[in-house]
Design a protein around this ligand. Structure first.
Ligand code: AMP
Ligand code: ZN
Length: 112
């Protein structure tokens, strides 16, 4: 079972943010911004490349959850960044899809 599947199953503790039937959100253990939350599907999908057409609704739910959290954390209007890293060049380190929601500071572009 992968690290994030264990967090979803509460076999490993996390700073819980919210969940519904499909999506689970928790604080990143090594935050890169004042708000840094990971939004993950409860279904194990290892990378964005493995997300198929059947997962379109689920992927949409990740983004809808991120919108809601951004509003709840009062970073929606100022702005925030959503990132999905895929495979080694992007720096993916956990092979269970996760949407990084980051905000609370000015984000630079291009990212490193
Ligand atoms: P990525 O590099 O895109 O695969 O992102 C993985 C993220 O998971 C990193 O930002 C890590 O800080 C975060 N992370 C790793 N282990 C944990 C954990 N046990 N709880 C919360 N976040 C974690
Ligand atoms: Zn998993």
């Amino acid at each position: 079972m992968c690290l994030f599947c264990k967090i979803i199953d509460r076999k490993i503790p996390s700073k819980f943010v919210c969940e519904d039937e499909y999506v689970f959100a928790f604080e990143d253990i090594n935050p890169q911004a004042p708000v840094h939350i990971l939004v993950v599907p409860k279904k194990h999908i290892s990378t964005m490349l493995e997300a198929g057409p059947d997962d379109n609704e689920l992927i949409g739910r990740l983004f809808q959850a991120a919108n809601k959290i951004a509003r709840d954390r009062n970073i929606a209007e100022r702005g925030f960044r959503l990132v999905i890293n895929c495979n080694p060049d992007a720096g993916q380190s956990v092979y269970h899809i996760h949407l990084h929601l980051m905000g609370g500071r000015i984000m630079r572009w291009p990212p490193g």
